[in-house]
Design a protein around this ligand. Structure first.
Ligand code: ATP
Ligand code: MG
Length: 342
């Protein structure tokens, strides 16, 4: 187990800078998720931590010790890849044992470690199979097992579940969280799926174009997104954005809505909008999704502002209706001209 600190980490490939000075402190035993759109630098950052890429500048410290010049094999990180990267000609047992054999560990000790990991991951019955004889979820567990037997200081996961079907993803999510609780290890997990980030992380790091946009606990990011990017990225369905001018804010009128000075954009999550015949704005409904427990209304506010809301239960509202909406003030997010939270 270990702390992990990144200090002004910059990574450039030729003339292109991919990571622009990343500062981050990860506590011992923390489960940290890097999330962000494709190409924002998540894998690059993970590879720099693992020692598979060296930073162009800045420091990486594990347990307080600078590891910039320590090779990947000696850094104490174990990485689990999206592609599993299992050896097809080897059994499950040998796939997990291989790295330890290379390190010159005695075979009795290897057997103890591999059997221990197999038990933890419910792979005991499968140790003599080859990877082609396994399901996707089982293969993924072998890849995780291979990391566990090395007893790393830090586990690094790069989108380990994205090749699995939706149902298996949900159960593997829970398994990895459970594994984290039992091993109490420091884990860094990369995904572009904000639901995965919300459900798994102690701490989420939102990245965009090689910069950290915000770091915080899942609900802190949901409740207090630092800017419109994080606000739009975290939460599903996505937050609605409207210009502040949509609300009456002339203090002379009784219906004026008090907004912070400089409010340019309003954000409101679909689950916080309410149908209200006295509501301040009107939406033309273009699509109704009845999901049983909730209903999703899609429509337009004004001429061209797409808007979504979630209603509890089933709704009598139909496509083509016009409805009035209340925007509860306590749930209104206000952003300035630059998109920063006010
Ligand atoms: N070896 C390399 N040489 C040059 N450019 C690279 C190299 N590796 C990555 N990049 C570039 O760095 C940027 C970030 O890539 P990275 O793989 O870190 O993104 P990502 O956030 O993991 O995306 P995804 O969600 O698609 O996996 C991309 O624009 C990519 O093209
Ligand atoms: Mg990636």
């Amino acid at each position: 187990m270990a702390t992990l600190d990144l200090d002004s980490v910059v990574k450039s490939f030729d003339q292109t800078t991919i990571l622009h000075g990343i500062n981050l402190a990860i506590r011992d035993g923390e489960f940290v998720v890097f999330v962000g759109p494709s190409g924002c630098g998540k894998s690059t950052l993970l590879r720099v931590i693992a020692g598979l890429e060296s930073p162009s500048s800045g420091d990486i410290r594990i347990d307080g010790r600078q590891v910039n010049s320590v090779s990947a094999a000696h850094r104490g990180c174990a990485m689990v890849f999206q592609s599993y990267a299992l050896y097809p000609h080897m059994t499950v047992y040998d796939n997990m044992a291989f790295g330890l054999e290379n390190m010159g560990i005695a075979s009795a000790q290897i057997a103890t470690k591999v059997n221990g990991a197999a038990k933890l991951l419910r792979l005991e019955e499968l140790l003599q199979r080859k990877p082609t004889q396994l399901s996707g979820g089982q293969r993924q567990r072998v890849a995780i097992g291979r990391a566990i037997v090395r007893e790393p200081k830090v586990f690094l996961f790069d989108e380990p579940l994205s090749n699995l079907d939706a149902e298996l993803r949900v159960s593997m999510r829970a398994e990895i969280r459970d594994l984290h609780a039992r091993l109490k290890a420091t884990m860094v997990y990369v995904t572009h799926d904000q639901v995965e980030a919300m459900t798994m992380a102690d701490k989420i790091v939102v990245l965009r174009a090689g910069r950290i946009e915000q770091v915080g606990a899942p609900l802190d990011l949901y409740n207090k997104p630092a800017n419109t990017f994080v606000a739009g990225f975290i939460g599903s369905p996505r937050m609605n954005f409207l210009p502040a001018s949509i609300l009456p804010h002339d203090a002379a009128t009784a219906r004026a809505v008090p907004l912070p000075e400089g409010t340019h954009t309003l954000g409101l999550r679909p689950e916080h909008v309410q149908l209200d015949s006295e509501g301040l704005i009107s939406m033309r409904v273009s699509q109704v999704e009845q999901l049983g427990s909730t209903s999703l209304l899609h429509g337009m506010v004004g001429d061209d502002m797409a808007f979504e809301m979630v209603c509890n239960g089933q709704t009598p509202v139909a496509r083509g209706d016009s409805v009035r909406l209340a925007l509860p003030l306590e749930h209104l997010h206000c952003f300035d001209k630059e998109g920063l939270r006010l």
